[in-house]
Design a protein around this ligand. Sequence first.
Ligand code: UT7
Length: 317
Amino acid sequence: MRSVILGSGSALPRRVVSNAELAEKVDTSDEWIVERTGIRQRYIADETETTATLGTDAAKKALEAAGMAAEQIDLIVVATATPDNTFPATATKIQALLGIDDCIAFDVAAVCTGFLYALSVADSMLRGGNAKRALVIGAETFSRILDWEDRTTCVLFGDGAGAIVLEAQDNDAGILTTKLHAQGKHNNLLYVDGGPSTTQTVGHLRMKGREVFRHAVVNLAEVLEETLAEVGLSNSDIDWVVPHQANQRILDATAKKLGLPPEKVIITVDQHANTSAASVPLAFDLAVRDGRIKRGDLVIMEAMGGGLTWGAAALRY
Ligand code: UT7
């Protein structure tokens, strides 16, 4: 049994915010942001757009691409660090917005690695027979937890959502493996300084960027090697890498470390900035829709984020 991707979809807020627009509010410049991160713009949710509405829009497009009706879904896993509410799970809000009467629905919190964790959990549940068809969604509104006076973080993130439909099939294609890691001893490098059990506030994102960067390059190269070894493939077998989009320099350094040509790496960080758990499914959907990722291609997904958490997946699309 394999979990096969039947379709994908994505959604972005209506409003685009350029680097120049941010430079009017904080002490930064288009030049600094582009040179240090590769980011040129980001999408920011307005008051009518939330993690659940963006996730629902992405899910509807994924269902349409899969040729499936919402009622056929029996599992929804949403990766998010910015839920609409502390509870209920955003997955149940999306379930209601999709008009699904009864299915398994829950959220997974692994910040920027969230989509890889959600994919791994959904894949296990499908192969274990708990469900047959799953919606796996990464959806975020990081704009709501940014300190808009902190130039070291507020320029880096954006909002958005991506989704895939998975079906358990007797098939050689599909998710080949997922590899997940966490090292909680580093949770002070990237965190939110609030929460229901501590401050009773939502809090703001705080990051020691340079240290996270250092861990990212090492951990991502390691987990990619681990993932390829698990499925008995080498770098030259990879058709596409769909990485978490935090920083163009991390993408370049990881590709270089693995000896991968940059043309094989799907890049959206310039347009979307860092959308946390949404970035991998957003980039995947973009590359499927523009015809780069084709049926039969070997695709590697990877991500790293707060926790610290990191992981990767190998799949035959
Ligand atoms: O998605 C989860 C994973 N997250 C990541 O992977 C993020 C990893 N980290 C990074 O991408 C980079 O570390 C950053 C983009 C966050 C920062 O880039 P950096 O090259 O590591 O810069 P830095 O933090 O070392 O800062 C260099 C200088 C500092 O000034 P001084 O102390 O040298 O005078 C900062 O104050 O740049 C300054 N700076 C800025 N200047 C203009 C920091 N942010 C800005 C800004 N505009 N927005």
